[in-house]
Design a protein around this ligand. Structure first.
Ligand code: FES
Length: 136
C-alpha cells in the first residue's frame, strides 16, 4: 500500500482489555466494511494497548485525531461509512484533537463539533461478520 493514497488511518486496539471487550470482532467488522464497500483509501492497523482501557474497545482515526470508545462491530462498520462521507461517529467519540490538545466528548457536544448519527440510527445497522478479516 502506498501511503500517498491513504485518506484515513484507523488504529484498532488489540490490547488485552480491548480484546476482552470485542476488539477482534470490531476489527473484523471494520475491515469487512472496507472490503464490502471496496474502499481503497482507508488503512487499518492493529495496535497494542493505547492506555485507555476504561474505554475498551478503543479505535482511533487519523488525521482526524478522534478517539472512539466502547466500540462494537456495528459501530465499527458505521464508522467506516461515516469516514467515507467525511463524518465522525458521534455516538462513540471519546476525545477529539482541536489542533492543540484533545477535548472530551461532553465539551465537543456543547460546541456541536461532531456529527449527529443517533443511537436509534445505529440500532438499525446490521454487520455481516462472515466477511474476510484480512488487512486491506
Ligand atoms: S487494551 Fe485497548 S486501550 Fe488498553
Amino acid at each position: 500500500m502506498e501511503l500517498e493514497d491513504v485518506r484515513k488511518h484507523v488504529l484498532i486496539c488489540n490490547g488485552s482489555t480491548c480484546l476482552k471487550n470485542g476488539g477482534k470482532e470490531v476489527a473484523q467488522a471494520i475491515r469487512a466494511e472496507i472490503k464490502n464497500q471496496a474502499i481503497d483509501d482507508i488503512h487499518t492497523t492493529l495496535t497494542r494497548c493505547n492506555g485507555r482501557c476504561i474505554d475498551a474497545c478503543t479505535v482511533i482515526t487519523y488525521p482526524d485525531g478522534i478517539w472512539y470508545k466502547k466500540m462494537t462491530p456495528q459501530w465499527g462498520a458505521q464508522l467506516i461509512r461515516c469516514l467515507k462521507k467525511g463524518e465522525s461517529l458521534s455516538v462513540s467519540v471519546a476525545y477529539s484533537y482541536d489542533g492543540e490538545r484533545f477535548t472530551g466528548w461532553e465539551a465537543m457536544a456543547d460546541q456541536e463539533i461532531v456529527s449527529s448519527i443517533t443511537p436509534a440510527e445505529m440500532q438499525e445497522e446490521k454487520v455481516d461478520l462472515s466477511s474476510s478479516d484480512k488487512h486491506k
